[in-house]
Design a protein around this ligand. Structure first.
Ligand SMILES: Cc1cc2nc3c(=O)[nH]c(=O)nc-3n(C[C@H](O)[C@H](O)[C@H](O)COP(=O)(O)OP(=O)(O)OC[C@H]3O[C@@H](n4cnc5c(N)ncnc54)[C@H](O)[C@@H]3O)c2cc1C
Ligand code: SF4
Length: 393
């Protein structure tokens, strides 16, 4: 097992580059980007602040809407959200909204600004199950509205897949730590190594409960059951976040989403000689974001599209093409399955609100992205507050 550390890969804007990028904004009257951020951030507003060198104002716009603004600035698939709406795309390329957001939130951290404050106490106690992006966001919004909030997190640190999944070359842990510190400064108490088992028990002791336990279990394929050469992408990436990379020559990744790209790119960055990614979809149907797919290709990952695994003998896998009569056989030292995640069985209830229990994050309908976890976390907090008789601040 090799020990590896990755630095953040994408360069930050310098102040001059940030001003130049903000100056590319066309100052649209009814800015389309402003309707496209799931977290409700208004990019047109913070870009305008940056143009007038008002970095604090820009950071405030972001922070008021999104307690994880610095995280989202690094991981949002912006081509589907804010940047998809950017009018500047019609001239040359969209404004790099995410990198401007990163600039504003980095400045906020550098100057130690505390831009949001807890509200006066409303005497209500709320429990949040799960300290991933959805639970953290709900907790922050509830604390800002005066609730006393405790987050129950089963792992040693909060952050969910932002901590234990997304590789550090895309999202450094220090950024997540900084944003969690802001949330704790609002008075949110995070209990670590504190799995919540039964929601009906919790709801007796709290005025409301928000449940955001995420999709913690990796899906597998029956063909690979009990295969000693196989592990799941979630296990692989959690180990990689600890710096542990298997000492092997050829890794075969099966799956075509962002998680598969993260595994494959991580392997290449760690110096693994051959990395093959076999994908069910053909290239035109790919699920991975453009940036992630490009990252994998640039790192030297060999991508085989349109194939389905049809047989496995030890570490030799045979694939059939979905649309052509092609059979392919690959032998690898390690096989990593990246075929999706599902919710772990629990007594936390079906993800539909009832009584004083409110659900959010990956477990509810919608995109499985950090910014959508922020969105649904805010919405669950608002529903809890309405139930408790207060307003979201
Ligand atoms: C490898 C990987 C890469 C990704 N890349 C991106 C990306 O680039 N961009 C993007 O937008 N999204 C990305 N995602 C998706 C994104 O991370 C998720 O959509 C988001 O984290 C969901 O947030 P959540 O709070 O609902 O759940 P999670 O992040 O899964 O957090 C759930 C939390 O609940 C805790 N928990 C579970 N059960 C209990 C219990 N019983 N008691 C107490 N605590 C409990 C867990 O320990 C965890 O901390 C990626 C996901 C993965 C796995
Ligand atoms: S949070 Fe994400 S989607 Fe929203 S403006 Fe920022 S980068 Fe764009």
């Amino acid at each position: 097992m090799a020990k590896i550390h990755f630095d953040e890969e994408r360069a930050a804007f310098t102040p001059i580059l940030a001003m130049e990028e903000a100056s590319r904004c066309l100052l649209c009257l009814d800015a389309p980007c402003s309707k496209m951020c799931p977290a409700g951030t208004d990019p047109a507003q913070f870009i305008r602040s940056l143009r007038f060198k008002n970095v604090k104002g820009a950071a405030k716009t972001i922070r008021e809407n999104n307690p994880l603004g610095g995280v989202c600035a690094r991981v949002c698939p912006t081509e589907h959200y804010c940047e998809q709406g950017c009018s500047r795309s019609g001239i040359d390329r969209p404004i790099d909204i995410a990198r401007l957001q990163r600039y504003a939130t980095d400045m906020e951290a550098a100057f130690g600004l505390e831009l949001v404050k807890p509200g006066p106490s409303n005497g209500k106690k709320v429990a949040v199950v799960g300290g991933g992006p959805a639970g953290l966001t709900a907790a922050a919004m509830l604390a800002r509205s005066g609730c006393q909030v405790t987050v129950f997190e089963k792992q040693g640190k909060a952050g969910g897949y932002c901590r234990y999944g997304i590789p550090s070359y895309r999202l450094p842990e220090a950024v997540l730590d900084q944003e969690i510190a802001h949330i704790e400064a609002l008075g949110v108490k995070i209990s670590h190594f504190a799995p919540a088992n039964e929601v009906d028990e919790l709801r007796k002791h709290y005025d409301a409960v928000v449940v955001a336990d995420g999709l913690g279990e990796a899906k597998t394929l029956p063909l690979f059951e009990d295969n000693p050469y196989t592990m799941t992408a979630i296990d692989f990436l959690a180990k990689a976040k600890q710096g542990e990379i298997p000492d092997v020559r050829h890794v075969l990744v099966i799956g075509g989403g962002d998680v598969a790209m993260d595994v494959a790119t991580t392997c290449k960055k760690a110096g693994i000689e051959q990395v093959s990614d076999v994908v069910y979809e053909t290239l035109s149907e790919f699920k991975a974001s453009k940036a992630e797919l490009e990252g994998a290709r640039n790192a030297g990952v060999s991508i085989y599209d349109g194939f389905v695994p049809s047989g496995v003998k030890k570490n030799v896998v045979t694939f059939l093409h979905r649309k052509a009569e092609i059979t392919m056989t690959l032998e690898a030292d390690l096989i990593v399955l990246a075929v999706g995640q599902q919710r772990l069985p629990s007594q936390l209830g079906e993800p539909t609100d009832r009584d004083n229990i409110f659900y959010c994050g990956d477990i509810v309908e919608g995109d499985k992205t950090v910014v959508c976890a922020v969105k649904t976390g805010k919405e669950a907090a608002a529903r809890a507050l309405a139930y408790l008789g207060g307003d979201q601040q």
